[in-house]
Ligand binder design. Structure first.
Ligand SMILES: [Fe+2]
Length: 409
């Protein structure tokens, strides 16, 4: 009996223990499942934030750091790519208002047929994109097949995808629309997606405005310096349109020497402005028909430094001021103002120096007539390695022989 009772008590204790364990496990399990779900949600949100930050930084960098260096078309593609990556969208497009036709046109797209890109032009107020543009409100279409206006914009295949159109606005004024198609597998478009896209659209608008401001500032400065260049040409009347000729040749020669992107423009500007410092030199010396005295020559030698002083405060001209400062340096170190040698001299300055000398030899000067082409060519060859960079001379003569062919496409 005692054994039986002991057995029952032990059995009851075991059962109770097992039950308690089960309850305890359940209590432990539930929070841990919730915690896991919570962790997954946090991880998803964090990874979205991370993607958003990466996208915003990419766009911000273009606007702030590279506004003058990037092509607008490349920026448009960056925006569409960033937006598609951010919400895992299989296709999307960026539309901007064409002010001439008052129509929205696609300026960049991902996975949208060429035909649709080229033939889509929507009046504000029409279709989904047109309505998003006109109202300034984001429009989300969950079932595009039921929405007749949707068909205005896109081909048959894409009509099955849910679709979102976000207006791009600056100071409440819309100037474009970002369209994104969501994959059919995507369960829902979350609030986060919308918030992220709104942030992206805002940063895009600011960056585009920044690029536009930069462009207008640049063209304003360019007009200003072109006027200055014309003033110099007028002052040093024997040179005629020396600066204009130098600019065209410098650009072509720099291309021949594989000078990259933005630097190409700097070389062009340096050629246009290389003698801007002559504005500070006495006209009687510039136009003197006879030989210059040593003092007068010293005076002329100041023009690169004066040019540098004029141009160096203009930020957008970047390295142009340096090229102007060193355009009278010689490859063998015998030039002025600092006696720099070989590749110590900026390539842009070596290009300008060659073109400047050629143009001077081929023009009538106050003290002599223009040289023949053959004599000028032989002088340039003699000067290679001494006054001029031999590689620049070689490329220059190649272009001269070919009659300055247009830029390769
Ligand atoms: Fe000069």
């Amino acid at each position: 009996m005692v054994y039986f009772l002991s057995f029952v008590i032990v059995a009851l204790l075991l059962v109770t223990g097992a039950l308690l364990q089960k309850i305890y496990n359940l209590r432990l399990d539930r929070p841990s499942q919730e915690k896991e779900a919570h962790d997954i949600s946090l991880r998803t949100t964090w990874s979205k934030f991370d993607e958003l930050l990466t996208s915003l930084l990419a766009i911000h960098e273009i606007g702030i750091v590279n506004a003058g260096a990037i092509k607008k078309e490349d920026f448009y593609h960056t925006v569409v790519d960033c937006a598609c990556e951010l919400i895992n969208s299989p296709r999307g497009s960026l539309m901007l208002l064409d002010h001439k036709t008052d129509e929205l046109r696609i300026v960049a797209s991902r996975n949208i047929s060429k035909d649709v890109v080229e033939n889509t032009h929507i009046k504000p107020g029409l279709g989904i994109a047109g309505r998003a543009f006109q109202t300034g409100e984001t429009i989300f279409v969950t079932d595009p097949q039921q929405n007749t206006q949707y068909k205005d914009y896109i081909g048959k295949e894409e009509q099955k995808d849910p679709f979102i159109a976000l207006p791009l606005k600056l100071k409440d004024k819309p100037f474009g629309v970002l369209n994104l198609h969501l994959s059919r597998e995507k369960e829902s478009f979350t609030d986060y997606d919308l918030k992220f896209l709104t942030l992206l659209a805002g940063e895009t608008a600011i960056t585009l405005e920044n690029i536009k401001l930069y462009e207008s500032l640049e063209s304003f400065y360019l007009e200003m310096v072109q006027t200055l260049a014309r003033v110099i040409d007028a002052k040093d009347s024997y040179t005629g349109d020396h600066a204009g000729r130098a600019r065209l040749k410098a650009k072509r020669l720099a291309l021949e020497l594989h000078v990259p992107g933005q630097m190409l423009r700097y070389v062009e500007y340096a050629a246009l402005l290389h003698d801007i410092g002559k504005i500070g030199i006495d006209g009687a010396i510039l136009l003197k028909p006879g030989k210059l005295t040593p003092e007068e020559y010293e005076e002329i030698k100041k023009h690169p430094a004066i040019g540098y002083q004029i141009l160096s405060p203009i930020h957008f001209l970047g390295p142009v001021a340096q090229m102007v400062l060193y355009h009278q340096e010689c490859f063998n170190g015998m030039g002025y103002p600092e006696g720099l040698k070989g590749e110590e001299i900026p390539l842009g300055a070596r290009i300008v120096s060659t073109i400047d000398a050629w143009d001077a030899m081929m023009s009538d000067r106050p003290y002599r007539k223009a040289l023949t082409r053959e004599t000028a060519e032989s002088e340039l060859k003699k000067g290679a390695g001494r006054q001029f960079d031999p590689q620049v001379v070689e490329a220059f003569l190649r272009l001269e022989d070919a009659g300055w062919p247009p830029e390769p496409a």
